[in-house]
Ligand binder design. Structure first.
Ligand code: CA
Length: 487
């Protein structure tokens, strides 16, 4: 996937109008033209209510087809519209990755009685009550679906924890008791054991749960002709389950079935450990890079740009790294809010879209805007995508040698005539840097692509150019194409 680009095609505040699948279908040609090669779509199955984004999952087998939870469609549309949209994207050779929520389910169809202990939210290994009986919403028989696609019914025994007792009308973290019941191994150690996130936490050690999720994974991938998945909340899931799930789906769909996991942790060691356990069978979002971009945007000129790539997944494990600037969780008002400030967004996108390493993912909110307000970044992202397609080839050489002006060159390659570029960013004053683009390019005239600088640079006999950048801006220098005037 040479110079592939993923787009996350949703943000948290989309209207509940059932139009996203139709909108995305109509957008397929445009996405292809700007250079998007894959789209990550939100959870496409029935949630606890129509307006839910999809993460409060109710029925994985209801893709907007059955009258359940008072709606046939999901927030994003019907199953028919979903399938039509995917067919259209495939016409333009755009891959489709479904967001798969397998850590938890929202409330079920009826309550059941079972025994729990309440645990300390800050240390889930510490019981703060004796065992007692609660009434939880853990019974699922999906009356609206009537066993179509799967006749599996969920009960309390398929979960490891829940967050509400309907008998006492009380919330808490309730660990379910019984044979083989415990928080899972192979999860993040935050809060003692971070198996439980919210709702009814799936017991991914239970053979019936593993069987049902594997069946679903194969079914949904075939039913929707998926090219891959984005796996939600994997730091709360048994890593052994995740690994065998991907193996099962790939047995049916082929080894190139793509997977990227949301392991939300800024600690590189933990991400590397996870990749080792998974034997690199999954990509991870480069969360440390996101946090560095956020810090750079937040601290402005006080941030030392030489630290920008430190501790990032891309710097040590580029083949398994998905680079991104923001997403639906980091945007303003969301649970992991750490929104890269607008002034720095063009620089951040310049870095992820023009770099040699990492698989970049553009956030819908940055390209189309949030809450229906037009994004100020569409034009620059379009330009960077063009640069990625035409110029961003060959080896990358970093010039990370100054606290406020850094950059890199791409050498270009033979397949893409005239390719290669210099990227510079500044978080303070106007700056300049002598960068080498190769002796063979001596005598070439280079120009700044985004239009921020008018002067041209001639490459000297050593292959060096003295490239400039405006303060708090980015500059992308490429070889000037000779314009032949009409005769
Ligand atoms: Ca879990």
């Amino acid at each position: 996937m040479k110079n592939g680009v993923m787009m996350q095609y949703f943000e948290w505040n989309l209207p509940n109008d059932g139009n996203l699948w139709k909108k995305l279908k109509a957008d397929a040609k445009h996405l292809h033209e700007i250079g998007v090669t894959a789209v990550w779509i939100p959870p496409a199955y029935k949630a606890d209510e129509q307006q839910d984004e999809g993460y409060a999952t109710y029925d994985l087998f209801d893709l907007g087809e059955f009258d359940q939870k008072n709606t046939i469609r999901t927030k994003y549309g019907t199953k028919k519209e979903l399938k039509e949209m995917i067919d259209e994207l495939h016409k333009y050779k755009i891959s489709v990755y479904l967001d798969a929520v397998m850590n938890h389910k929202s409330w079920g169809d009826y309550t059941e009685k079972f025994t729990v202990v309440e645990v300390n939210p800050k240390n889930r290994n510490e019981a703060i009550s004796k065992p007692f009986e609660i009434q939880g919403w853990t019974g699922y028989n999906f009356p609206g679906r009537k066993d179509k696609y799967s006749d599996f019914e969920w009960h309390w025994v398929h979960f490891s924890g829940t967050d509400y007792d309907d008998a006492s009308k009380r919330s808490g973290i309730f660990q379910i008791q019984g044979e083989n019941k415990h928080w899972s191994q192979g999860v993040d150690s935050e809060n003692g054991n971070y198996d439980f996130l919210l709702g009814n936490d799936l017991d991914l050690n239970h053979p019936e749960v593993i069987g049902e999720l594997n069946r679903w994974g194969v079914w949904v991938s075939k039913e929707l002709n998926l090219d891959g998945m984005r796996l939600d909340a994997i730091k709360h899931m048994n890593d052994v389950f995740v690994k065998q799930f991907l193996e099962t789906v790939r047995k049916e769909r082929g080894e190139d079935f793509y997977a990227v996991g949301e392991y939300w942790n800024g600690n590189l060691d933990i991400l590397q450990q996870y990749l080792a356990t998974m034997e690199n069978s999954i990509d991870l979002f480069d969360v440390p890079l996101h946090y560095n971009l956020f810090a750079a945007s937040d601290q402005e000129a006080d941030y030392d740009l030489q630290k920008l790539f430190e501790g990032t997944l891309t710097s040590v494990h580029p083949d398994c790294s998905v680079t991104f600037v923001d997403n639906h969780d980091s945007q303003i008002g969301s649970s992991l809010e750490s929104y890269v400030k607008d002034w720095f967004k063009p620089m951040a996108y310049g870095i992820i879209l023009l770099a040699e390493k990492g698989y970049p993912c553009i956030f819908y909110g940055d390209y189309y805007g949030i809450k229906g307000e037009k994004s100020p970044h569409t034009a620059i992202i379009d330009e960077l995508l063009k640069l990625r397609k035409e110029y961003a080839y060959g080896e990358q050489v970093n010039y990370v040698d100054h606290p406020s002006v850094i950059g890199f060159t791409r050498k270009g390659d033979d397949k893409h005539k005239g390719s290669g570029l210099c990227l510079l960013i500044s978080n303070d004053q106007d700056g300049n840097k002598v960068m080498n683009v190769g002796k063979e390019r001596s005598g070439e005239v280079w120009r700044e692509y985004t239009g921020s600088i008018g002067e041209e640079v001639t490459i000297d006999e050593e292959g060096n150019g003295n490239f400039t950048v405006k303060g708090r801006n980015l500059a992308v220098w490429v070889k000037k194409i000779k314009v032949i005037p009409y005769l």
